[in-house]
Design a protein around this ligand. Sequence first.
Ligand code: BGC
Length: 251
Amino acid sequence: MQIFGVDIGGSGIKGAPVDLDQGVLAQERHKVLTPHPATPDAVADGVKEVVDHFGWTGPVGITFPGVVTGGSTVRTAANVDKGWVDTDARALLSERLGGLPVTVLNDADAAGVAEMQFGQGRDRQGTVLLLTFGTGIGSALFSDGVLVPNTELGHLELHGHDAEKRASTKVKEDQDLSWEDWAHRVQKYLAHLEMLFSPDLFIIGGGVSRKAHKFLPLIQGIKAEMVPAALQNNAGIVGAAMRAAKAAQAL
Ligand code: BGC
């Protein structure tokens, strides 16, 4: 079965039909730049452009980089326009897509759901914590395969700062940090998470997971296993489509 997945990120809005039997993109993904300011209206236009590119007319799963409750309502917007807060994103996006059934969930939760089914979290019991490093830091926490949604661990306070303001890949780029310096910050962040959650496995996701060989070996002293996400930057698209398929089956 194929369902469409869209990942709304701080820099790009990406989407593709997803092959849900294999957990892979069925066609090459299409990307448009995230508008600035990333208002609900402007982002909805971007989502429409991505979906229309494929002439898609079925259910669509969409990730959002903030807290999303009930598959529809946005509660926080750290890295997009604050106009999103309390927006019924499902209603807005479905209306913009000409009434297609839409499901919305947090971006890191989507990535986590995909990794647990098709990637590094497959058949993993215990506590698994997936982190996405990008414009912000997203988190998805699983206990014996069950997601605790909207955990927002990128906003833990670390040395008096919001953790994502110290250790996201955007910060690495903005401050031109070396891999060593950035890995040192990530190590401190992971050590803090380990103290709080004692996970069995950390899955490191986001675009930077492609370059895991450059920084994972530099991270020392973490007891949990640490692996790069297998689906890399497509995990959000796949997880969004999985959630939309689940919602469609429930109808
Ligand atoms: C948001 C999270 C999101 C993460 C990654 C954070 O700033 O609060 O909800 O998952 O960025 O996009």
